[in-house]
Design a protein around this ligand. Structure first.
Ligand SMILES: NC(=O)c1ccc[n+]([C@@H]2O[C@H](COP(=O)([O-])OP(=O)(O)OC[C@H]3O[C@@H](n4cnc5c(N)ncnc54)[C@H](OP(=O)(O)O)[C@@H]3O)[C@@H](O)[C@H]2O)c1
Length: 442
Protein backbone atom coordinates (compact mmCIF):
# COMPACT_ATOMS: atom_id res chain seq x y z
CA UNK A 1 0.00 0.00 0.00
CA UNK A 2 1.36 3.39 -1.00
CA UNK A 3 1.47 5.85 1.88
CA UNK A 4 2.00 9.58 1.82
CA UNK A 5 5.37 10.80 3.06
CA UNK A 6 3.78 13.98 4.31
CA UNK A 7 0.35 15.55 4.43
CA UNK A 8 -0.20 19.26 4.79
CA UNK A 9 -2.73 21.99 4.02
CA UNK A 10 -1.96 24.09 0.94
CA UNK A 11 -3.98 27.31 0.71
CA UNK A 12 -4.43 28.46 -2.91
CA UNK A 13 -6.60 31.07 -4.63
CA UNK A 14 -8.93 28.16 -5.47
CA UNK A 15 -9.34 26.97 -1.91
CA UNK A 16 -7.41 25.12 0.79
CA UNK A 17 -6.26 21.80 -0.62
CA UNK A 18 -4.92 18.97 1.45
CA UNK A 19 -1.63 17.96 -0.15
CA UNK A 20 -0.53 14.36 0.16
CA UNK A 21 3.04 13.95 -1.06
CA UNK A 22 4.15 10.51 -2.26
CA UNK A 23 7.70 9.47 -3.05
CA UNK A 24 7.65 6.56 -5.44
CA UNK A 25 10.35 3.97 -6.24
CA UNK A 26 10.98 5.73 -9.57
CA UNK A 27 12.33 8.60 -7.48
CA UNK A 28 9.53 10.91 -8.57
CA UNK A 29 7.36 12.86 -6.18
CA UNK A 30 3.61 12.98 -6.69
CA UNK A 31 1.64 15.74 -5.02
CA UNK A 32 -1.99 14.75 -4.63
CA UNK A 33 -3.96 17.97 -4.07
CA UNK A 34 -7.21 16.86 -2.48
CA UNK A 35 -10.25 19.08 -2.04
CA UNK A 36 -13.30 18.02 -0.07
CA UNK A 37 -14.09 14.52 1.12
CA UNK A 38 -13.22 11.54 -1.05
CA UNK A 39 -15.91 9.67 0.92
CA UNK A 40 -16.99 6.50 -0.82
CA UNK A 41 -14.45 7.20 -3.57
CA UNK A 42 -17.05 7.06 -6.32
CA UNK A 43 -17.04 9.44 -9.30
CA UNK A 44 -14.19 11.58 -8.03
CA UNK A 45 -13.13 14.42 -10.33
CA UNK A 46 -9.43 13.83 -11.09
CA UNK A 47 -6.76 15.65 -13.06
CA UNK A 48 -3.38 14.01 -13.65
CA UNK A 49 -1.11 16.95 -14.34
CA UNK A 50 2.38 16.34 -15.65
CA UNK A 51 4.91 18.81 -14.31
CA UNK A 52 5.75 21.62 -16.72
CA UNK A 53 7.94 24.19 -15.02
CA UNK A 54 7.97 26.56 -17.98
CA UNK A 55 4.22 26.53 -18.49
CA UNK A 56 2.96 26.02 -14.94
CA UNK A 57 5.26 28.39 -13.09
CA UNK A 58 6.81 30.69 -15.66
CA UNK A 59 3.82 31.34 -17.93
CA UNK A 60 5.40 30.01 -21.13
CA UNK A 61 3.13 30.29 -24.14
CA UNK A 62 4.79 27.37 -25.95
CA UNK A 63 2.22 25.09 -24.33
CA UNK A 64 -1.13 25.35 -22.58
CA UNK A 65 -0.03 23.60 -19.37
CA UNK A 66 -0.30 26.56 -16.99
CA UNK A 67 -3.76 27.48 -18.23
CA UNK A 68 -4.87 23.84 -17.98
CA UNK A 69 -3.47 23.54 -14.46
CA UNK A 70 -5.34 26.57 -13.19
CA UNK A 71 -8.53 25.59 -15.01
CA UNK A 72 -8.36 22.11 -13.45
CA UNK A 73 -7.94 23.56 -9.94
CA UNK A 74 -10.84 25.92 -10.60
CA UNK A 75 -13.03 23.10 -11.89
CA UNK A 76 -12.27 20.96 -8.85
CA UNK A 77 -12.95 23.95 -6.59
CA UNK A 78 -16.33 24.47 -8.28
CA UNK A 79 -17.30 20.90 -7.31
CA UNK A 80 -15.66 21.20 -3.89
CA UNK A 81 -14.50 17.61 -4.31
CA UNK A 82 -11.67 16.21 -6.36
CA UNK A 83 -7.99 15.42 -6.70
CA UNK A 84 -5.27 16.99 -8.80
CA UNK A 85 -2.16 14.84 -8.98
CA UNK A 86 0.87 16.94 -9.80
CA UNK A 87 3.35 14.45 -11.21
CA UNK A 88 6.94 15.63 -10.99
CA UNK A 89 9.33 13.74 -13.23
CA UNK A 90 6.87 13.92 -16.12
CA UNK A 91 8.34 17.14 -17.49
CA UNK A 92 8.26 17.25 -21.30
CA UNK A 93 6.16 14.04 -21.50
CA UNK A 94 8.76 12.33 -19.32
CA UNK A 95 12.00 13.42 -21.01
CA UNK A 96 13.01 15.93 -18.34
CA UNK A 97 13.44 19.69 -18.30
CA UNK A 98 16.76 19.99 -20.11
CA UNK A 99 15.69 17.62 -22.86
CA UNK A 100 12.38 19.46 -23.18
CA UNK A 101 14.28 22.70 -23.74
CA UNK A 102 16.48 20.91 -26.28
CA UNK A 103 13.29 19.78 -28.02
CA UNK A 104 12.17 23.43 -28.11
CA UNK A 105 15.38 24.25 -29.98
CA UNK A 106 14.43 21.56 -32.52
CA UNK A 107 10.94 23.05 -32.74
CA UNK A 108 12.39 26.48 -33.42
CA UNK A 109 14.15 24.86 -36.37
CA UNK A 110 10.83 23.62 -37.71
CA UNK A 111 10.19 20.23 -36.12
CA UNK A 112 6.84 19.58 -34.46
CA UNK A 113 6.59 18.40 -30.85
CA UNK A 114 6.71 14.72 -31.88
CA UNK A 115 9.56 14.92 -34.40
CA UNK A 116 11.61 17.10 -32.05
CA UNK A 117 11.80 14.28 -29.49
CA UNK A 118 12.51 11.72 -32.22
CA UNK A 119 15.33 13.88 -33.63
CA UNK A 120 16.94 13.88 -30.18
CA UNK A 121 16.64 10.09 -29.90
CA UNK A 122 14.09 10.49 -27.11
CA UNK A 123 10.70 8.84 -26.63
CA UNK A 124 7.68 10.80 -27.84
CA UNK A 125 5.89 10.06 -24.58
CA UNK A 126 7.75 8.28 -21.77
CA UNK A 127 5.08 8.72 -19.12
CA UNK A 128 3.58 5.86 -17.14
CA UNK A 129 0.40 6.27 -15.15
CA UNK A 130 0.97 3.28 -12.86
CA UNK A 131 2.27 5.37 -9.97
CA UNK A 132 -0.58 7.87 -10.34
CA UNK A 133 -3.07 5.00 -10.20
CA UNK A 134 -1.41 3.75 -6.99
CA UNK A 135 -1.63 7.21 -5.46
CA UNK A 136 -5.32 7.45 -6.33
CA UNK A 137 -5.97 4.04 -4.85
CA UNK A 138 -4.22 4.93 -1.62
CA UNK A 139 -6.38 8.06 -1.36
CA UNK A 140 -9.48 5.88 -1.56
CA UNK A 141 -10.50 6.95 -5.05
CA UNK A 142 -12.49 4.08 -6.57
CA UNK A 143 -14.00 5.49 -9.75
CA UNK A 144 -12.74 8.47 -11.70
CA UNK A 145 -14.12 11.29 -13.76
CA UNK A 146 -10.95 12.32 -15.56
CA UNK A 147 -10.26 15.88 -16.71
CA UNK A 148 -8.13 15.31 -19.79
CA UNK A 149 -7.81 15.71 -23.55
CA UNK A 150 -5.33 12.83 -23.69
CA UNK A 151 -6.75 9.36 -24.41
CA UNK A 152 -3.39 7.81 -23.43
CA UNK A 153 -3.93 9.01 -19.86
CA UNK A 154 -7.29 7.25 -19.83
CA UNK A 155 -5.76 4.09 -21.29
CA UNK A 156 -2.76 4.27 -18.94
CA UNK A 157 -4.93 4.62 -15.85
CA UNK A 158 -7.20 1.79 -16.96
CA UNK A 159 -4.25 -0.50 -17.68
CA UNK A 160 -2.98 0.25 -14.19
CA UNK A 161 -6.30 -0.87 -12.72
CA UNK A 162 -8.04 2.49 -12.41
CA UNK A 163 -11.73 2.79 -13.25
CA UNK A 164 -12.37 5.81 -15.43
CA UNK A 165 -16.12 6.30 -15.70
CA UNK A 166 -16.14 9.62 -17.49
CA UNK A 167 -13.77 11.72 -19.58
CA UNK A 168 -14.17 15.48 -19.27
CA UNK A 169 -12.25 17.42 -21.91
CA UNK A 170 -10.38 20.40 -20.52
CA UNK A 171 -10.95 23.28 -22.87
CA UNK A 172 -8.59 26.25 -23.10
CA UNK A 173 -8.28 29.13 -25.54
CA UNK A 174 -5.18 28.60 -27.69
CA UNK A 175 -2.42 31.14 -28.27
CA UNK A 176 -1.02 31.63 -31.74
CA UNK A 177 2.29 30.36 -30.36
CA UNK A 178 0.89 27.05 -29.07
CA UNK A 179 -1.89 26.27 -31.53
CA UNK A 180 0.52 24.31 -33.75
CA UNK A 181 1.59 22.24 -30.74
CA UNK A 182 -2.05 21.58 -29.82
CA UNK A 183 -2.89 20.63 -33.41
CA UNK A 184 0.09 18.25 -33.56
CA UNK A 185 -1.01 16.57 -30.34
CA UNK A 186 -4.49 16.17 -31.84
CA UNK A 187 -3.21 14.87 -35.19
CA UNK A 188 -0.35 12.65 -34.06
CA UNK A 189 -1.16 11.74 -30.47
CA UNK A 190 -4.95 11.45 -30.66
CA UNK A 191 -5.58 14.30 -28.24
CA UNK A 192 -9.03 15.83 -28.23
CA UNK A 193 -8.96 19.34 -29.62
CA UNK A 194 -11.02 20.53 -26.71
CA UNK A 195 -10.30 24.15 -27.25
CA UNK A 196 -13.20 26.40 -26.47
CA UNK A 197 -12.07 29.72 -27.86
CA UNK A 198 -15.42 31.30 -27.10
CA UNK A 199 -15.01 30.22 -23.53
CA UNK A 200 -17.62 27.53 -23.48
CA UNK A 201 -16.68 25.02 -20.86
CA UNK A 202 -17.79 21.42 -21.29
CA UNK A 203 -21.56 21.43 -21.25
CA UNK A 204 -21.93 25.15 -21.94
CA UNK A 205 -24.79 26.19 -24.18
CA UNK A 206 -22.73 27.78 -26.95
CA UNK A 207 -20.73 25.58 -29.24
CA UNK A 208 -17.02 26.28 -29.66
CA UNK A 209 -15.97 29.00 -32.09
CA UNK A 210 -12.68 28.84 -33.91
CA UNK A 211 -11.04 32.13 -32.95
CA UNK A 212 -7.83 30.99 -34.63
CA UNK A 213 -9.52 30.84 -38.03
CA UNK A 214 -10.75 34.40 -37.54
CA UNK A 215 -7.28 35.49 -36.53
CA UNK A 216 -5.82 34.20 -39.79
CA UNK A 217 -2.24 33.07 -40.24
CA UNK A 218 0.02 35.04 -37.92
CA UNK A 219 2.94 36.25 -39.98
CA UNK A 220 5.03 38.81 -38.13
CA UNK A 221 7.23 41.03 -40.29
CA UNK A 222 10.75 42.00 -39.44
CA UNK A 223 9.72 45.60 -38.72
CA UNK A 224 6.34 45.08 -37.02
CA UNK A 225 4.00 42.46 -35.57
CA UNK A 226 1.09 40.87 -37.41
CA UNK A 227 -1.60 43.51 -36.79
CA UNK A 228 -5.23 42.52 -36.29
CA UNK A 229 -7.83 45.25 -36.04
CA UNK A 230 -10.92 44.21 -34.10
CA UNK A 231 -14.02 46.15 -33.17
CA UNK A 232 -17.71 45.68 -32.54
CA UNK A 233 -20.08 47.92 -34.43
CA UNK A 234 -23.79 48.52 -34.75
CA UNK A 235 -25.44 47.57 -38.00
CA UNK A 236 -25.10 51.22 -39.03
CA UNK A 237 -21.36 51.25 -38.46
CA UNK A 238 -21.09 52.88 -35.01
CA UNK A 239 -18.59 51.70 -32.39
CA UNK A 240 -20.09 54.02 -29.77
CA UNK A 241 -23.07 56.35 -29.34
CA UNK A 242 -22.76 60.12 -29.67
CA UNK A 243 -22.00 60.26 -25.92
CA UNK A 244 -19.18 57.73 -26.31
CA UNK A 245 -21.01 54.79 -24.74
CA UNK A 246 -20.09 51.40 -26.20
CA UNK A 247 -21.01 48.94 -23.42
CA UNK A 248 -22.07 46.65 -24.82
CA UNK A 249 -22.70 46.80 -28.53
CA UNK A 250 -22.18 43.09 -29.09
CA UNK A 251 -23.58 40.18 -27.12
CA UNK A 252 -21.90 38.01 -24.51
CA UNK A 253 -20.87 35.21 -26.89
CA UNK A 254 -19.12 37.71 -29.13
CA UNK A 255 -17.37 39.27 -26.16
CA UNK A 256 -16.08 35.86 -25.14
CA UNK A 257 -14.76 35.49 -28.66
CA UNK A 258 -13.00 38.83 -28.16
CA UNK A 259 -11.36 37.47 -25.04
CA UNK A 260 -10.30 34.35 -26.96
CA UNK A 261 -8.70 36.63 -29.56
CA UNK A 262 -6.85 38.43 -26.77
CA UNK A 263 -5.74 35.06 -25.38
CA UNK A 264 -4.40 34.17 -28.83
CA UNK A 265 -2.19 37.25 -29.20
CA UNK A 266 1.03 38.56 -27.66
CA UNK A 267 -0.34 42.06 -27.11
CA UNK A 268 -3.57 44.08 -27.23
CA UNK A 269 -3.46 47.79 -28.08
CA UNK A 270 -5.81 50.75 -27.68
CA UNK A 271 -5.45 54.50 -28.01
CA UNK A 272 -5.46 56.56 -24.85
CA UNK A 273 -8.93 57.83 -25.84
CA UNK A 274 -10.42 54.38 -25.32
CA UNK A 275 -8.31 53.79 -22.22
CA UNK A 276 -9.85 56.93 -20.68
CA UNK A 277 -13.46 56.77 -21.96
CA UNK A 278 -14.05 53.04 -21.55
CA UNK A 279 -11.44 52.37 -18.85
CA UNK A 280 -11.06 48.75 -20.06
CA UNK A 281 -8.98 46.17 -18.22
CA UNK A 282 -8.01 44.44 -21.49
CA UNK A 283 -7.33 41.14 -19.73
CA UNK A 284 -8.59 37.66 -20.55
CA UNK A 285 -11.42 36.92 -18.15
CA UNK A 286 -14.20 35.24 -20.12
CA UNK A 287 -12.16 32.27 -21.41
CA UNK A 288 -9.38 30.14 -19.89
CA UNK A 289 -6.29 31.77 -21.36
CA UNK A 290 -3.34 34.02 -20.59
CA UNK A 291 -3.76 37.79 -20.67
CA UNK A 292 -1.62 39.48 -23.32
CA UNK A 293 0.58 42.50 -22.75
CA UNK A 294 -1.58 45.63 -22.85
CA UNK A 295 -0.35 48.57 -24.92
CA UNK A 296 -1.62 52.16 -24.89
CA UNK A 297 -0.69 54.78 -27.49
CA UNK A 298 -0.36 57.93 -25.44
CA UNK A 299 1.56 60.89 -26.90
CA UNK A 300 1.78 62.88 -23.66
CA UNK A 301 1.25 60.12 -21.08
CA UNK A 302 -2.13 61.49 -20.06
CA UNK A 303 -3.34 58.02 -19.08
CA UNK A 304 -4.70 58.33 -15.52
CA UNK A 305 -2.58 56.52 -12.97
CA UNK A 306 -5.67 54.72 -11.68
CA UNK A 307 -6.67 53.44 -15.16
CA UNK A 308 -7.69 49.78 -15.09
CA UNK A 309 -5.31 49.04 -17.95
CA UNK A 310 -2.47 49.57 -15.47
CA UNK A 311 -4.00 47.44 -12.75
CA UNK A 312 -3.96 43.64 -12.30
CA UNK A 313 -1.18 41.14 -12.97
CA UNK A 314 -1.06 41.56 -16.75
CA UNK A 315 1.82 43.58 -18.18
CA UNK A 316 1.26 47.09 -19.54
CA UNK A 317 3.28 49.18 -21.97
CA UNK A 318 2.64 52.86 -22.62
CA UNK A 319 4.08 54.08 -25.89
CA UNK A 320 4.67 57.78 -25.65
CA UNK A 321 6.81 60.57 -27.11
CA UNK A 322 9.18 63.24 -25.82
CA UNK A 323 6.04 65.34 -25.27
CA UNK A 324 5.40 63.41 -22.06
CA UNK A 325 7.32 64.63 -19.03
CA UNK A 326 10.06 62.50 -17.48
CA UNK A 327 8.26 62.86 -14.15
CA UNK A 328 5.09 61.33 -15.58
CA UNK A 329 7.03 58.49 -17.17
CA UNK A 330 8.68 57.84 -13.82
CA UNK A 331 5.25 57.71 -12.15
CA UNK A 332 4.08 55.13 -14.66
CA UNK A 333 7.24 53.06 -14.28
CA UNK A 334 6.82 53.14 -10.51
CA UNK A 335 3.50 51.37 -11.09
CA UNK A 336 5.18 48.60 -13.03
CA UNK A 337 4.36 50.03 -16.46
CA UNK A 338 6.89 49.72 -19.25
CA UNK A 339 7.23 53.11 -20.93
CA UNK A 340 8.62 53.36 -24.45
CA UNK A 341 9.47 56.76 -25.88
CA UNK A 342 9.31 56.71 -29.65
CA UNK A 343 9.34 59.24 -32.46
CA UNK A 344 6.50 61.67 -33.01
CA UNK A 345 4.66 62.11 -36.28
CA UNK A 346 2.08 64.82 -36.92
CA UNK A 347 1.78 65.49 -33.20
CA UNK A 348 1.17 61.88 -32.20
CA UNK A 349 3.01 58.65 -31.56
CA UNK A 350 4.63 57.55 -34.82
CA UNK A 351 2.86 54.27 -35.55
CA UNK A 352 5.71 52.63 -37.44
CA UNK A 353 8.15 53.39 -34.62
CA UNK A 354 5.66 52.10 -32.05
CA UNK A 355 5.13 48.85 -33.93
CA UNK A 356 8.87 48.45 -34.59
CA UNK A 357 9.57 48.84 -30.86
CA UNK A 358 7.04 46.14 -30.03
CA UNK A 359 8.43 43.81 -32.68
CA UNK A 360 12.03 44.37 -31.57
CA UNK A 361 11.08 43.21 -28.09
CA UNK A 362 9.38 40.03 -29.25
CA UNK A 363 5.76 40.88 -30.04
CA UNK A 364 4.66 38.79 -33.01
CA UNK A 365 0.89 39.30 -32.88
CA UNK A 366 -0.92 42.51 -31.96
CA UNK A 367 -4.67 42.81 -31.50
CA UNK A 368 -5.86 46.40 -31.86
CA UNK A 369 -9.16 47.08 -30.11
CA UNK A 370 -9.73 50.72 -31.13
CA UNK A 371 -10.91 53.32 -30.83
CA UNK A 372 -11.79 55.04 -34.03
CA UNK A 373 -8.81 57.42 -34.16
CA UNK A 374 -6.36 54.54 -33.86
CA UNK A 375 -8.35 52.32 -36.23
CA UNK A 376 -8.37 55.08 -38.84
CA UNK A 377 -4.69 55.91 -38.38
CA UNK A 378 -3.59 52.29 -38.77
CA UNK A 379 -5.72 51.74 -41.87
CA UNK A 380 -4.51 55.03 -43.36
CA UNK A 381 -0.90 53.99 -42.78
CA UNK A 382 -1.52 50.59 -44.40
CA UNK A 383 -0.36 48.84 -41.22
CA UNK A 384 -3.15 46.29 -40.80
CA UNK A 385 -2.96 42.61 -41.79
CA UNK A 386 -6.35 41.41 -40.64
CA UNK A 387 -9.69 43.06 -39.92
CA UNK A 388 -12.26 41.46 -37.61
CA UNK A 389 -15.59 43.23 -37.25
CA UNK A 390 -18.44 42.09 -35.05
CA UNK A 391 -21.71 43.40 -36.42
CA UNK A 392 -24.44 43.65 -33.81
CA UNK A 393 -28.19 43.79 -34.51
CA UNK A 394 -28.62 47.33 -33.18
CA UNK A 395 -28.90 50.70 -34.88
CA UNK A 396 -27.44 53.70 -33.04
CA UNK A 397 -27.82 56.57 -35.51
CA UNK A 398 -25.37 59.42 -34.97
CA UNK A 399 -22.35 58.30 -32.99
CA UNK A 400 -18.70 57.35 -33.27
CA UNK A 401 -18.07 55.70 -36.59
CA UNK A 402 -15.52 52.93 -36.73
CA UNK A 403 -13.44 54.44 -39.50
CA UNK A 404 -13.07 58.15 -40.20
CA UNK A 405 -11.81 59.88 -43.34
CA UNK A 406 -9.10 58.01 -45.20
CA UNK A 407 -8.80 60.52 -48.04
CA UNK A 408 -10.32 58.02 -50.45
CA UNK A 409 -12.31 59.69 -53.25
CA UNK A 410 -12.93 56.74 -55.55
CA UNK A 411 -14.32 53.35 -54.63
CA UNK A 412 -11.58 51.75 -56.67
CA UNK A 413 -9.05 53.21 -54.22
CA UNK A 414 -10.79 51.74 -51.14
CA UNK A 415 -9.06 49.47 -48.65
CA UNK A 416 -9.62 45.99 -50.08
CA UNK A 417 -10.30 42.91 -48.01
CA UNK A 418 -9.92 39.26 -48.99
CA UNK A 419 -10.31 35.69 -47.67
CA UNK A 420 -13.53 36.28 -45.78
CA UNK A 421 -14.52 34.34 -42.67
CA UNK A 422 -18.04 34.54 -41.28
CA UNK A 423 -18.84 33.40 -37.77
CA UNK A 424 -22.30 33.80 -36.25
CA UNK A 425 -22.04 34.41 -32.50
CA UNK A 426 -25.41 34.56 -30.81
CA UNK A 427 -27.37 37.32 -32.55
CA UNK A 428 -24.15 38.96 -33.83
CA UNK A 429 -22.15 38.15 -36.93
CA UNK A 430 -18.37 38.30 -36.82
CA UNK A 431 -16.59 38.93 -40.10
CA UNK A 432 -12.88 38.52 -40.71
CA UNK A 433 -10.73 39.34 -43.72
CA UNK A 434 -7.11 39.77 -44.71
CA UNK A 435 -6.38 43.38 -45.54
CA UNK A 436 -4.90 43.67 -49.01
CA UNK A 437 -1.80 45.88 -48.80
CA UNK A 438 -2.18 49.01 -50.89
CA UNK A 439 1.39 50.09 -51.25
CA UNK A 440 2.93 46.69 -51.84
CA UNK A 441 5.75 47.72 -49.53
CA UNK A 442 4.58 45.93 -46.41
N1 LIG B 1 -17.09 49.18 -30.18
C1 LIG B 1 -15.80 48.96 -30.08
O1 LIG B 1 -15.32 47.90 -30.44
C2 LIG B 1 -14.91 50.01 -29.49
C3 LIG B 1 -13.59 49.68 -29.20
C4 LIG B 1 -12.77 50.67 -28.68
C5 LIG B 1 -13.27 51.94 -28.47
N2 LIG B 1 -14.54 52.22 -28.77
C6 LIG B 1 -15.07 53.58 -28.59
O2 LIG B 1 -14.23 54.48 -29.29
C7 LIG B 1 -14.25 55.72 -28.61
C8 LIG B 1 -12.82 56.17 -28.41
O3 LIG B 1 -12.25 56.43 -29.67
P1 LIG B 1 -11.18 57.56 -29.81
O4 LIG B 1 -10.94 57.72 -31.25
O5 LIG B 1 -11.58 58.73 -28.98
O6 LIG B 1 -9.94 56.94 -29.04
P2 LIG B 1 -8.71 56.02 -29.43
O7 LIG B 1 -8.61 55.80 -30.89
O8 LIG B 1 -8.73 54.87 -28.52
O9 LIG B 1 -7.51 56.93 -28.94
C9 LIG B 1 -7.11 58.00 -29.73
C10 LIG B 1 -5.99 58.73 -29.05
O10 LIG B 1 -4.82 57.92 -29.06
C11 LIG B 1 -3.71 58.76 -29.05
N3 LIG B 1 -2.75 58.42 -30.09
C12 LIG B 1 -1.41 58.49 -29.94
N4 LIG B 1 -0.80 58.21 -31.09
C13 LIG B 1 -1.76 57.97 -32.00
C14 LIG B 1 -1.72 57.68 -33.38
N5 LIG B 1 -0.58 57.55 -34.03
N6 LIG B 1 -2.87 57.52 -34.03
C15 LIG B 1 -4.04 57.63 -33.39
N7 LIG B 1 -4.14 57.93 -32.06
C16 LIG B 1 -3.00 58.10 -31.37
C17 LIG B 1 -4.21 60.17 -29.32
O11 LIG B 1 -4.25 60.86 -28.08
P3 LIG B 1 -2.94 61.68 -27.66
O12 LIG B 1 -2.62 62.59 -28.78
O13 LIG B 1 -3.28 62.34 -26.39
O14 LIG B 1 -1.88 60.65 -27.49
C18 LIG B 1 -5.61 59.95 -29.81
O15 LIG B 1 -6.48 61.03 -29.52
C19 LIG B 1 -14.94 55.51 -27.29
O16 LIG B 1 -16.24 56.05 -27.37
C20 LIG B 1 -15.01 54.02 -27.16
O17 LIG B 1 -16.15 53.62 -26.45
C21 LIG B 1 -15.39 51.29 -29.26
Amino acid sequence: MTTAAVRVALPTPYGVFSVHAFERPSGHVYLAMVLGEIGDGEDVLVRLHSECLTGDALGSLRCDCGVQLRLALKTIAAEQRGVLIYATGQEGRGIGLINKLRAYVQQDRGADTVDANVALGLPVDARSYVESAEVLESLGVRTIRLLTNNPRKVGGLREAGGTVNEILPIATAPHHRNVGYLNTKARRMDHLLATAPNGSSPGAADGPIDAMALLGEVRARSDRPYVVLKYAQSLDGRIATATGDSKWISGETERRLSHALRAACDAVLVGVGTAIVDDPELTVRMVPGASPMRVVLDTTSRLPLDAKVIASDAATTVITTERSTPARRAELRARGVRVEVVAEREGRVDLQSALATLRATGTESLLVEGGSTVITALLAADLVDRLIVAVAPVILGAGTQAVNGLGIDRVVDGVRLANRSIVPTGEDVVLGWDVVPRTGTH
